[in-house]
Design a protein around this ligand. Structure first.
Ligand code: FES
Length: 180
């Protein structure tokens, strides 16, 4: 069992409990990391260590999984995490210009978070939305067919409102748009 119940809370462990009887323990790694990120917003080194201890797996094995997939945040992110795909289809459709536009609008560089904690901006690899490139993921929601005008409208809307319509005000990604 975990020694740190502030990371592996009953709510986190409940999310993987139904998997235990069906899958080998290694297969619980990704669901557990997802559950931790859902609950805490990111997967810290401490969380990785606690996960390894809880699953009875070598730390290096869990660390490798947690750091391989960019979907797992290694540090706290803003309330809205704008993850812009800059892979080939999006790149060909102007993704780099869109990232530069967002950097200018938000006053941060990709990889950073605004000082008010509202926005984080990241470049990510293919989101499997190539047919509607350029695309980005905002928390758990996809926004596709991006343009500078569309981004401006969204940033204006999200900056004005306490509720962004994507995170439901609590950062859990429970908004009304299509989930990733
Ligand atoms: S290249 Fe951007 S979604 Fe596939």
């Amino acid at each position: 069992m975990s020694r740190d119940h502030t990371i592996l809370t009953p709510k986190v462990l409940e999310k993987i409990s139904h998997l235990r009887e069906h899958f080998p323990v290694e297969a619980l790694t990704i669901p557990l990391l997802h559950a931790i990120q859902d609950e805490h917003g990111y997967v810290s080194r401490e969380a990785i260590s606690e996960s390894a201890a809880h699953l009875g797996l070598p730390l290096a094995k869990v660390l490798k999984v947690a750091t391989f997939y960019t979907i797992f945040n290694q540090e706290p992110k803003g309330k809205l995490h704008l993850q812009v795909c800059t892979n080939i289809a999006c790149w060909l459709n102007g993704a780099n210009d869109l990232v530069a536009h967002l950097e200018q609008r938000l006053g941060i560089k990709a990889g950073e978070t605004t000082t008010d904690g509202k926005f984080s901006l990241s470049r990510v690899e293919c989101l499997a939305a190539c047919g509607t490139a350029p695309a980005m993921q905002v928390n758990d929601t996809y926004v596709e067919n991006l343009s500078k005008a569309k981004l401006d409208d969204l940033i204006d809307k999200w900056s004005k409102s306490e509720c962004c319509g994507i995170c439901d005000g609590d950062g859990d990604g429970g908004g009304e748009e299509e989930k990733a």
